[in-house]
Design a protein around this ligand. Structure first.
Ligand code: DP6
Length: 330
């Protein structure tokens, strides 16, 4: 069986050059067609392909510089060595350094408003991967950089670009064909509205949540094939810029993912009563003509998909929403 070390060994020179200062930015992303369930936990290999939209200015910046000892900073604060975030970052850096003594100062800052309640492991691992690749002057194709980011967190594989990206599940056991690529689609009117419901830390990580669902949910058996066909249909709707079809499919895909979790034993529910209230309000408004659809991830917040022409209506119905324009206006 291939492990992550073997994957890195295959793509990195035996001896890395002295690290250079490097800075990278990666946007966070929201899946319109979800990744939920791994066929290989060590390599973060998914059971189905997924498709996302990046959140442009909401993301992570990582700066790397050579140092005399390892230091991890988050939002301008030096983290203690036993901090779980610092540990995760350094363990990922070790994938590159392997046994070579190359102490680094790694500084990460997020531009995602805390009040939006969005996790940032996708943008965090994508920015960290890109900064490490630059710091060690590695001349690697995007496919490989995306694959490296996947080894940090699955959804990070889609966070290397702005706009839409599709993560192909791949079939190889070592995951060399499981990475994301950007879609050549510009959709200036496309908008995301984040409706914060609960901004505290989530009760279960997505990693634990998906593993528990795969292991115990009798409904999970139907998910991989459905999710794969949703992903292709959603990609077609994005390419055709067919908003109604895209919205209907994305909302149905998100609810199907949550249904697999509700059927897990014991049940797993990231959605709170307030999330369902937002959905009820949305469904009523849609019945009355509002063109907006919902998607939800491993947390209670609801994200809406809409076009610029519905932005004022969405703001009137959900005054707490934060609007994001993923593309530059024309
Ligand atoms: C519900 O990428 O956070 O947001 O690979 O274990 O790090 P790991 O999981 P993660 O899971 C994201 C799950 C999701 C759906 C999605 O982004 O596709």
């Amino acid at each position: 069986m291939t492990d992550a070390r073997t994957v890195f060994d295959r793509h990195l020179p035996d001896q890395l050059p002295t690290p250079q200062p490097a800075t990278a930015y990666a946007p966070s992303n929201i899946a319109l067609s979800k990744y939920w369930g791994k066929r290989d936990k060590a390599l973060n290999l998914p059971l189905n392909s997924s498709l996302s939209i990046s959140l442009r200015d909401w993301g992570s910046t990582t700066r790397i510089s050579p140092s005399s000892t390892d230091e991890v900073w988050f939002q301008d604060r030096l983290l203690p060595a036993d901090d779980p975030f610092a540990d995760k970052v350094l363990r990922f850096a070790n994938r590159f350094r392997r046994d070579q003594m190359m102490p680094l100062k790694i500084e990460t800052s997020n531009t995602i408003p805390t009040a939006a309640g969005l996790a940032s492991s996708a943008s965090g691992f994508a920015a960290l991967t890109m900064a490490l690749v630059q710091a060690f002057q590695l001349d690697l194709p995007d496919d490989t950089v995306s694959m490296f980011a996947r080894l940090g967190s699955g959804s990070a594989t889609r966070s290397l670009w702005h706009g839409f990206a599709r993560w192909e599940r791949g079939h190889a056991n070592d995951g060399t064909d499981s990475f994301a690529r950007p879609l050549e689609v510009r959709w200036p009117a496309f908008r995301i509205a984040i409706i914060p419901v609960d901004t505290g830390p989530k009760s279960h990580s997505s990693r634990d949540g998906m593993n528990h669902t795969v292991a115990t949910s009798p409904l999970f058996g139907a998910w991989p094939a459905q999710a794969e066909s949703d992903c292709t249909a959603i990609q077609n709707a994005v390419q055709d810029q067919n908003f109604q079809t895209l919205g209907q499919l994305a909302e149905a895909n998100a609810l199907a993912m949550h249904a697999t979790m509700l059927a897990a034993r014991p049940a797993l529910s990231y959605l709170k009563p307030e999330s369902w209230q937002v959905l009820e309000t949305l469904w009523t408004a849609r019945h009355e003509g509002l063109a907006a659809f919902a998607t939800m991830d491993a947390g209670a917040n609801v994200k809406l998909i809409l076009e610029a022409s519905s932005a004022a209506d969405v703001k009137a119905i959900f005054p707490q929403s934060r609007l994001i324009a993923p593309f530059d206006p024309l």
